[in-house]
Design a protein around this ligand. Sequence first.
Ligand SMILES: [Zn+2]
Length: 280
Amino acid sequence: MNRIVTLSLLMFCLLSVQCSAEKGQNDSNKPLENDTLVTETTIEPQIPAGAKTLLKAYPDFIKGYEEDSLLLADGTRMVYDDGREKSFEQKLDDADPEDMFAFVYDQSAEEPDYLQDAGRSRCEALFKMMYGNSEGAVRQKLISVEWFGERVLFTPVNGAADSLRAVAADIASHPDFAKLRPYLKSSGSFYWRKVRGANRQSAHSYGMTIDVGVALSDYWLWKNPGKKETDKIVYANRMPKTLVEIFERHGFIWGGRWYHYDTMHFEFRPEILLYSTSAF
Ligand SMILES: [Zn+2]
C-alpha cells in the first residue's frame, strides 16, 4: 500500500515538473498579452464552446458566464441552456443561446446538409437586448451606409455597419468587380417584421442584415413550392462564391448555406463563423 502511495506521489511530482517545464516554454515562446490572460482566466475552464464564442463575438454585451448563465453588461443574467429537448421547428421558434449552435455552418460544402440551418436559430431575447426591443429602439440607432450608389440603413451595434463598409471596400477593389456588380443591388436591410409563416422576428428587424441581388437569387420555397420545413427539397444557387467569401470574411453568414436557402441574404453573425471556423 505504502509503495503505491509513494509511486503515485512520484508520478504526481514528475507530471507537475513536466507541466511547469511546458508552461515555461510556452511563456518564453508566446508571451501572452494581459488582455488575453484576463479573458482566459475569466472564461476557462467550464464554459460551453458556444457561450465562449458569444463572449468573443459580442464583448460589449456579454461580459461573462457563471452558473449556466451569460452575464450581461446591464448586470442581468440570461440562461444559456434551458435544458429542453427541441424539435427542428422549436430550435427556430423558441431558441435559447445554446440552440444557436445546434446546426452546422459548413463553408466547404457545395450544398447544405438536410435541416442544417446554422444562423436561422436566434435567441430573440439576446438579439433584442443588443439591437433594440422594438422597431423604434432599433431604428434610432441605425446609420446610413454607402452601398454601390445606394444608401442602406444599418446598425453600428457590434461593429455591424463598419463590417458592411469593409465588405463594400473589398468588393469595390476586387479584380472581379465587374462580374460581381449585377449581384449587388440591395433589396432591403432594416425591416421590423416576423418571418413569413412564423411567429419569430426576422433578422432584418435588427438592422444587421442585407439582401442583395434579388433578381439573381434563389429561395427554397420558390424552387420547392408547397414544401414544409422538414420535407426534402432541391437546392439552387447563382450567387458567386467570391461575393459570399468576402461577406463571410467580415462576419456575415450567408443564407445560401442554409438547407432552407435564401441566397440573397447576408446577416452579421460573427458567433456562427467563429464557432464553425478559426478563419474568421
Ligand atoms: Zn434576408
